[in-house]
Ligand binder design. Sequence first.
Ligand SMILES: Nc1ncnc2c1ncn2[C@@H]1O[C@H](COP(=O)(O)OP(=O)(O)OP(=O)(O)O)[C@@H](O)[C@H]1O
Ligand SMILES: [Mg+2]
Length: 1029
Amino acid sequence: MEGALTARDRVGVQDFLLLENYTSEAAFIENLRRRFRENLIYTYIGSVLVSVNPYKELEIYSRQHMERYRGVNFYEISPHIFALADNSYRALRTERRDQCILISGESGAGKTEASKKILLYYASTCPARHNSAPVRDRLLQSNPVLEAFGNAKTLRNDNSSRFGKYMDVQFDFKGCPIGGHILNYLLEKSRVVHQNHGERNFHVFYQLLEGGDESLLKRLGLERNPQQYHYLVKGSCPRVSSISDKSDWKTVNKALTIIGFNEAEVEKLLDIVASVLHLGNTQFGEDEDGETHITTETQLRYLCKLLGVNGSELSRALTHRKIIAKGEEMISPLNLEQAMSSRDALAKAVYARTFTWLVAKVNQSLAFKDDMYYSGKSSSVIGLLDIYGFEVFQINSFEQFCINYCNEKLQQLLVELTLKSEQEEYEAEGIAWEPVNYFDNKIICDLVEEKFKGIIAILDEECLRPGDASDITFLEKMEDTLGSHAHFVTHKLANGKARKAVGREEFRLLHYAGEVNYNVNGFLDKNNDLLYRNLKEVMCQSENPIMSQCFHREEVIDQKRPETAATQFKVSLAQLMEILMSKEPSYMRCIKPNDGKQPGRFDEMLVRHQVKYLGLMESLRVRRAGFAYRRHYQAFLQRYKSLCPDTWPNWEGNLAEGVATLVKHLSYKPEEYKLGKSKIFIRFPKTLFITEDALEARKPSLATILQTSWRGYRERSNYHRTRHAVIVIQSWWRGVKDRRKAKRRREAADTIRSFIKGFILRNEPRCGDNDFFLDHVRFSFLMTLKRNLPKNVLDRSWPRPPTALTEASDHLHTLWLRNMVRAYCRRVQPEWKHQMDQKVIASEIFRNQKDCYPQSVPKLFVGTRLEAEEINLKVMQTLGNDRMKYGVPVIKYDRHGFRPRPRQLLLTGSAAVLVQEAKIKQRVDYGALLNISVSSLSDGFFVLHVPTNNTKQKGDLVLQCDHVIETVTKLAIVADKIHNVNVIEDSIKFAVARGKEGVIDFCSGAELRVVKARGHLAVTAPRLNPASR
Ligand SMILES: Nc1ncnc2c1ncn2[C@@H]1O[C@H](COP(=O)(O)OP(=O)(O)OP(=O)(O)O)[C@@H](O)[C@H]1O
Ligand SMILES: [Mg+2]
C-alpha cells in the first residue's frame, strides 16, 4: 500500500479508486494518458486490471519482475498483469476454487499478448512437479502453433486472432501446472480464400513459403513466392514489417516437435497447407459443350498427391454436384462460377477442419495423463479467455458479425458480473446503496440471439426455407421483424444522414462498442457452410491420415442437415458463458491507444470511446461506492475464525453474530465494513490485507495444532492398525496351534484306542484291530532289546520277549551270544587262552564240588609260584631236562603222625616232585599217579594217590597248599589226570604203606584247623559257599 501511494505521487494513480475526481471521464483518461506516457501501461480499478497496448517491448516481463510479484498481495505493489495472474493463482490455491481470467478489448488491444504473459508467468513461477517440464513447455508452445494456423494480419492487428480461444491450465493440489485444455471457437475460414485489402491469409502459408527449405517446397510443388498463389494475393500484402515469417517458421517447427508431433504428422499437416494453396491456383475452363473442367493439371496432380485422393474423382467432384432428391442420386454439372465456389468451399473446409484437428492434437498433448489423480478432484484450473476482439472494417461480413456478437456476449457477462449483479447484491443484502446507471447490452445480445425473432433465428430460417431465399430476402425479413429495434438500422429503415451511411445491402447494428455495418452478401452461404456431398465423399477416401480424421463417412451417410454455422456458434458461446460463470473471475480490460499500431501515440478520442463502451467509468463508480470484498458469513467465519478466541475453534451460534464478534475482535471500524443479510462487505482491500496478515501470523500456531492432531491421529491409527494386525495374527496363530493340538490329541486318542483294542486282541491272529499294537509291542521290544543287549558273554540277562516274538527273540539271543563270543574270542590273547583252558579244566573238576572253587575263579592262575632262584640248584640239576613247569610251596603231612613239614612241590613234564631244600624227597611219576583227592570244603589239602604195591613209592602224599585249586588243576593237566580228581566230602582215605590206611576227616567249622585226633587228621574248614553241593 505504501508503495502504491508513493507511485501515485509520481505518475497518476495506480488504482482509479484513488482518483480524486472519480466521476470525471477526463480525469480518468488523463490518468491513463499520464501513465501511458511513462510506459506505465497497467492501472487498476479495484481488482480489475486496465491495460493500454504500448505497441513496443517493455522491460517489465523479466524473471525478476515475475519474482517480485510472486506471492505478494495485489495492492502492495504496482499494477501488473503478473499481479493479476498471481492473485488468481493464490485464490486457486487457498480457496481451491476454479478461476478464470477474462481478457476483453477490441482487436489489437493486446488480449493475446496478455494471455501469453499470464501463461509464461505460471510456467515460470509455479512450483515444478516431478517431470512437469514437458507440460510447461507444451503449454507455452501451443501458442506459436495455434497462432500460425489461426492468426493473421488484419488492418487492425498484425497478429489478429481469427479464432476464439479458451484455455484451461490445470494445477495439482500443490499448485504445479500439470496439463491443459483448449476450446476453440469459430475460425474465420473465409480468410483462406479471400482477404481484404491490406490483410493477409493465415500466417502459416507465408511461413511455409518463406521458411520451408527447397526440398520441402519441391516436394509440396510450391514456389518461394506468395505472389504466385491466388489465395495469398487478395490483400496485396504478402509481407509485413512487424512479422518475420522465416524465424516464425522455425519457432513453429520447434513447437510442433515439443508438442509431440512426429515427422510424419508434420509432413501430412504441411501437405494439407500446401494443398490449400494448390486449390487456390486450380483454374476452370469451359469446353465446347459448356462443360466445366479443370485447366490446371499440375495443381490437380499435386492435390491428388498431397491430399491422397483420386485425381479424376476430385476433378469430377469439383465440377459436378451430387444431389439426393427423394432418395434418388442426381449428378448435375456446375458452371464456372459454381465450380470456383465449390473449390473455395473445399479449401475452407479442409483448412478449418485441419485447424480443429490441430487443436484436438494439442489437447491430447496437454492432457493430464494420470486419470486416477485427476478423478480425485485434487486438481483445479485457471481458465484464460482470449477471443477475437471487437472489430470494424470497411466491409464487414458474417465473420465480423460472429466476432462482434461474441464480444457482445462477453461484455454482457462482464456487465452481469461486475455491474448488475454487484448492485443487485447490495440491494438483496440490504446494504444502503445509490444505484449507478450503466448500459446493459443484453438488448443487443437478444437482438442477435433471441429465439424466433433474433438475427440468427431469421438467418437460419432463410437458410432452411425452401424457395428463392437469398441474402436480400434475409435483409428484408430482418427489416420486417426487427424494424422497430433501437439497435438495428438498414438503408430502408434509416432516414436522413444515417441512410447515407448504410448501403442498400447492409444492416447496421449499434453494438455496445460502436456502430457496425454488415454487408449481407454471403451470409446465407456462410451460415449454411455447404460443402457438396461428392466433395465430402472424395475427402472421406483421403489417404492423408489427418484428412481421413477430419472427414467422416457418417457425415456423408447422415441425411440430417447439420446445424447452421451461426447456431453452432451461438450454442458454443452459451456453453462458454456457462464455463466462465462456474469459475471465480478476474478481469482485464485492454485498451488500444491508437489505430496505427504506433508506440507512444495516445489517441484520446479512441481511448475515450473504449473507456465508454467498456463501461470503465461505471465500474469505477460501483467499485468506489461499493465494497472491495464480500464473503458469505460462513466462508468468512471459516477462514478467519482462528483469529478470535470466541469463534475458535467453532462458532456455535448465529453466523452473523459470529462474524460481528470476529470483526469486533479484529477492531474493524464501522466505516470499513457492512453486514448484509448473508454476507459481510469490506470496503477497503487494506482492511482485508491486515486481516490476512493476522491469519498468516496465526498460521504457524494453527499448523502446530494441526500437526499435533494429525500426528496423534496418525499414531493412533498406526497403533490401532498394528493392534488389529497383532490380534489377527494372534488369533490365526492360536487357531493354528489349537488345531494342531486338537489334531495331536485326536491322533493320540486314536493311538490309545487302537492300542487298547490291540491289547485286548493281542492274542488273536493279526488283524486290522491289533496290528498296530502288535507292531508296537514288537517295536518296543526291539527297542528295549537294543538298549539292553548283554554287554559281555557272562551277562545272561535278556529282555522278556512278547509271546509273538519268543522264537525270534531266541534266535536273536543265540545270534547275539555267538556274536559276543566271536568278538570275545577274537580279542583273547594266547596267555589268556591258556589261562582260560586251565580255568575250564578247573571248572570241570571243581565246579559245584569244592567249596572254595567260586572264590578261586576270579584269581588268575600263575605260571609258577616258585621262581627258579627259589629252588635249589642241585634239584634243578637233578631234574635235568625234565624241566619244572610249576612250583609251589606246600605243607607235607607225614603219613605217620601227621607232622606238617614245609616242602616245595615241583611239577615237571613227567612227574610231581616233592623237594626239601636240595633233596628230592619223593617223586611221583605221572604214570604212577592214580588219583588226586581233595575235600569238598575250603581247605587246601590234596592227596596224591600212588599204587601201594609200587616199591618205589613211599605211599600217598598228603599235602596242603594255599593254592589248592590252581595246583591240583595244573597237576591234573600236566599229568593228564583230569578225570582222576576226586572231591570227597567227609574223609579221605590214603595209603600210608602197603596195606595200611590213613584218614583225614573233614568237617566244616568257623575257621581252618588241622589237628590230630584218634589217629586221624581232623581238618575243620570254613564253608564259604553254603549253597555249593
Ligand atoms: N504488453 C504488450 N507489450 C508490447 N506489445 C504489445 C503488448 N500487447 C500488445 N502488444 C502489441 O500489440 C499487438 C496486438 O496485440 P494482440 O495480438 O494481443 O491483440 P488482440 O487483442 O489479441 O487482438 P485480436 O483481437 O485481433 O486478436 C501485438 O502483436 C503486439 O505487437
Ligand atoms: Mg488476439
